[in-house]
Ligand binder design. Structure first.
Ligand SMILES: [Zn+2]
Length: 487
């Protein structure tokens, strides 16, 4: 039997286009099968598609939607014009007329639930003096496209737009509706005009089985994409204030109930608190697969995390040398702000600290706060939760059609890469969708480590390799058509 290199279970009879060449490739372990029901998506001439992709993308980058104030409706107007000129109806949904959201839907036959493809229309602000080019010029130079939003998040908007246009033009039958959402206010949204508004008031418009958006990363090493991380889970902010009280008085007379002293001791304790390590499907798979592509010394560390004899030492190492990996293992507790005192000679009656807590997706938060109180062990310290509109959302699955489609899409476009599921330690709009039961996945364009560090999302200067834009469109297309086109 010939085994498919992607799903590892396909049989010869289920392979596409069997020829002598196929059999030779199969023997070499390079054949893909259709046993997982790969849909027959229309063939696209990607070389010819470049010009149109680039034209929409440059236009989107050139529309200044820096936030605040965002003014995302300018992008919405453009998208509406493009979509409707190809007979794709749109709906504009706005809490604030300057910060509208746009939804468009291609109807499927309804045998399966929709897929939502979404991107945000706002970008973070710019300090113009730091830019070598106009940040809203979308200048092409040295193989790059330069501009605010080039990797956060106008590439997603452009890719999703192209997918909609190509699907519509091809007329290919769909099993699922494909829903396009251009959302406002992802970067800054004090009045909840973006995803919170859509989820709370127009969820019917975007309700889907799967969602695909930004949030993953693809890393270029020596000119090739080596690792692709698909975001499947995230931590949730569950910050608190620690408030201490004591008696006030003249600072020439020491007091044992001094609020500042109690606060200092409490911060020391929570700062040193090693909260329990806990892996979920995403992080377990992440470390296993990361080990499989790491040098032996690193691999031994990732594989040893669950070994009771070695785990503590490995975690200590990660805390010092790979802090983001350390954070992926646990709910983290990080003191960030202090407040207390009005004069050098006055003992204040109150002092407080802000503690940034990032909870694992399955954290029992009230119990966690109780545990924290036990760790602090001081009745003079109160733990005051800071309200958060971000739900704690369960990770999205790794064993469903969407995740498999993404893995295979990545393999087709970047054959030499390894795919890892990833839990991001910050929060994204996917949490709102996941909390409503939408299995949500984040992907990202291919960047070199240097570009990711110096020219990535929210950097002083942002840029994308032109070639990465086109590949990103292809990954999006492959994944969406795989799950949506009629099987
Ligand atoms: Zn973004």
């Amino acid at each position: 039997m010939i085994i498919c290199r992607l799903c590892r279970k396909g049989e010869m009879r289920s392979m596409r286009n069997i020829t002598l060449g196929t059999i030779i490739f199969a023997v070499l372990g390079a054949v893909e099968c259709t046993s997982v029901g790969r849909a027959q998506a229309p063939a696209i001439d990607w070389e010819r598609q470049k010009a149109e992709t680039l034209q929409h993308y440059l236009t989107l980058v050139r529309i200044d939607t820096s936030n605040p104030p965002g003014n995302e409706t300018k992008v919405v107007d453009y998208l509406k014009k493009v979509l409707e000129s190809e007979n794709i109806p749109t709906r504009i949904l706005a809490l604030d007329p300057n910060r509208a959201n746009l939804v468009a839907r291609l109807k499927g036959n309804g045998t399966r639930r929709p897929i939502l493809i979404l991107g945000h229309t706002d970008v973070v602000g710019v300090q113009r003096e730091k830019w070598p080019v106009d940040p809203f010029g979308a200048i092409l130079r040295d193989g790059y496209i330069w501009g605010r939003g080039t990797v956060d998040d106008k590439h997603t908007l452009a890719a999703n737009l192209i997918v909609m246009l190509l699907l519509k033009r091809s007329g290919v039958p769909l099993d699922r509706d494909v829903i396009f959402l251009a959302e406002s206010g992802e970067e800054t949204d004090p009045t909840d005009v973006g995803m919170p508004f859509m989820v709370e008031h127009h969820f019917d418009e975007i309700n889907a089985e799967f969602a695909l958006t930004e949030g993953g990363t693809s890393t270029i090493d020596n000119g090739r994409v080596s690792v692709v991380q698909i975001a499947t889970a995230e931590k949730a902010p569950r910050r608190v204030r620690l408030v201490t009280s004591g008696s006030s008085g003249h600072a020439s007379v020491p007091r044992v109930n001094n609020a500042v002293i109690h606060l200092g001791a409490a911060i020391q304790k929570v700062g040193a608190w090693e909260t329990p390590m806990r892996l979920n499907d995403t992080t377990r798979t992440y470390f296993e697969k990361l080990a499989s592509i790491s040098v032996p010394e690193k691999a031994a560390r990732y594989n040893g995390l669950l070994d009771p004899q070695r785990s503590a030492a490995i975690q200590r190492y990660l805390a010092l040398s790979e802090p983001s990996h350390y954070s992926m293992l646990r709910t983290s507790v990080v003191p960030t702000m202090l407040k207390g005192g009005i004069a050098p000679n006055v003992i204040p009656s109150e002092a407080e600290a802000t503690i940034d807590i990032r909870a694992l997706p399955d954290e029992d938060v009230p119990r966690f706060y109780e545990e924290m109180a036990r760790v602090i062990n001081d009745p003079a310290v109160r733990i005051v939760p800071i309200a958060s509109s971000r739900p704690v959302a369960p990770p999205s699955r790794l064993d469903n059609e969407m995740y498999r489609a993404l893995e295979q899409a990545v393999k087709r476009v970047y054959p030499e890469s390894t795919v890892l599921p990833a839990m991001v330690t910050w929060y994204t709009d996917m949490a709102l969708l996941r909390s409503k039961g939408v299995q949500s996945y984040g992907i990202g364009p291919a960047l070199t480590s240097e570009d990711n560090t110096n020219f990535g999302a929210h950097s002083d200067v942002e840029r994308i390799l032109e070639s990465s834009l086109y590949k990103f469109v292809q990954v999006t297309w492959e994944a969406v058509t795989d799950v949506a086109v009629r099987k």
